[in-house]
Design a protein around this ligand. Structure first.
Ligand code: GDP
Length: 425
């Protein structure tokens, strides 16, 4: 029996889905423990190319059970759409291979409305939300103003609970934003529609996972977004609204007693960032366009162009620390093949002082990157599967990062396909 978490070390989009899809072979259960449908994990496998938003990336493996834990923002509309889309491409999704925690809180229709309304109110000070309702949802969860999906099994209870919440939420929609209010009937019809669809999948993931531990099963916890977007440890307020770090996996899954044997941190060979907030290494203009095009850096959910720049050692070392990473997977090495010299940000300069510590968020806006260059390898490495077959300069790049961030790079990914990677023991 082993417990492993696969987490993002940077700003998200590091290729976590691709690594989970690869590593599920060794696991019986894959659990999503936080976040909602606001980001996308892209997976390329024998069924084709998929952008998963809420479904755990284990869904493609026969014999693997995928679990949506209590820490996830359960968006019934998007989840159902995703289940149908994935099913339509030949993948079986049944209550046997997908389990939803009865304690997952439900993202209600007004959460999406409120996300858009608030971003519009903020205008040029907006956070760059994907407008999937995630921030309003988590605010309500912690205010205890939403329902848990398990309540759907108790129609009278949920009816009464929702009536109280609707009254309160209508006050906010009306008085704060002057927006459309909801009738109780609208809400109940919506709940009824999705209750019928989702109920078969809902169970106590606590009992399920505790049972699995007793049977010696291997469990993989899958994060959405990276360490720098973690609500407590990230670049607040430009974070997500939940805890993406590995330490939250036990809490958000249902297996609160879990001890993680391994934490695999996923790092991209260069930096990307979606949305607003300080991004010290950001490139602009032609060199940014070139890297963005080479890496196809456009958001899986929104199609938005991602901000790009060189690998940021300062931020990556911090990400490794807060995740407690035991191993790293370095992805998208193949994308850097066109560069003659590979830039790396080794330090930040803040008020004229050099530092290799990731600063408190309020100082990030002042930080300037100190860039150093390593030699490139200038040849296609996407077909390489063995460490010794990588060009020397590519190996040096990997070893340099490993030494600079203080964590072993166990996997080097050179393509999006499942088998396009190099394992280093
Ligand atoms: P996630 O949210 O962390 O799973 O990352 P995304 O799915 O948003 O973004 C990663 C993108 O890079 C996806 O389109 C993957 O298919 C792709 N990808 C992952 N690893 C590699 C790699 O090593 N090389 C290339 N060329 N693409 C990769």
């Amino acid at each position: 029996m082993s417990c492993c978490a696969i987490v993002g070390i940077n700003w998200g989009d590091e290729g976590k889905g691709r690594m989970v899809d690869l590593l599920t072979e060794e696991y019986d259960i894959v659990v999503r423990y936080q976040g909602g449908g606001n980001a996308g994990h892209t997976i390329v496998n024998e069924y084709g190319k998929f952008a998963l938003h809420l479904l755990p990336s284990g869904i493609f493996r026969k014999g693997v059970v995928s679990v949506i834990g209590n820490g996830v923002a359960l968006d019934p509309e998007n989840l159902w759409k995703e289940i149908e889309e994935v099913r339509s491409r030949g993948i079986e999704i049944t209550p046997e291979n997908l389990k939803i925690s009865d304690r997952a809180s439900v993202l209600l229709p007004w959460h999406r409305d409120l996300d858009s309304l608030e971003e519009a109110r903020l205008a040029d000070k907006k956070y760059g939300s994907t407008k999937q309702g995630i921030a309003p949802f988590y605010s309500d969860k912690y205010q205890k103003k939403t329902i848990m999906v398990g309540e759907l099994f108790y129609p009278e209870y949920v009816r009464e609970h929702l009536a109280g919440i609707t009254e309160w939420k209508n006050l906010i929609l009306d008085k704060v934003y002057g927006a459309k209010q909801y009738t109780e009937k609208e809400l109940l019809d919506w709940v009824d529609e999705y209750a019928d669809k989702l109920k078969p999948f809902v169970c106590s993931t606590k009992e399920f996972l505790e049972g699995a531990v007793k049977e010696g099963k291997n469990i993989l916890f899958e994060a959405q977004l990276g360490a720098l977007r973690d609500l407590d440890y990230g670049i607040y307020p430009y974070t997500t609204s939940s805890n993406a770090i590995a330490a939250f996996a036990p809490v958000g899954s249902g297996l609160s007693s879990a001890k993680l044997d391994q934490v695999i941190g996923v790092v991209k060979a260069y930096s990307t960032c979606v949305g607003e907030g300080p991004f010290v290494c950001e490139w602009f203009g032609e060199e940014a366009d070139k890297l963005r095009e080479a890496g196809h850096e456009f958001g899986a959910k929104t199609g938005r162009a991602r901000r790009v720049g060189p690998l940021d050692i300062v931020a990556t070392r911090y990400g490794v620390d807060v995740q407690g990473a035991t191993d790293l997977a370095l992805t998208k090495m193949d994308i850097l093949s066109y560069m003659e010299k590979i830039p790396v940000c080794t330090k930040y300069i803040i008020d004229g002082e050099e530092t290799d510590l990731f600063p408190f968020p309020a100082l990030l806006g002042k930080a300037q990157p100190k860039i150093e260059y390593l030699d490139g390898w200038n040849c296609d490495i996407s077909g390489v599967r063995k460490w010794e077959d990588l060009p020397e300069n590519a190996r040096k790049y990997v070893e340099y990062i490993e030494q600079a961030v203080g964590c072993h790079i166990t996997y080097v990914s050179v393509g999006a396909e499942r088998d396009a990677y190099i394992y280093r023991s």
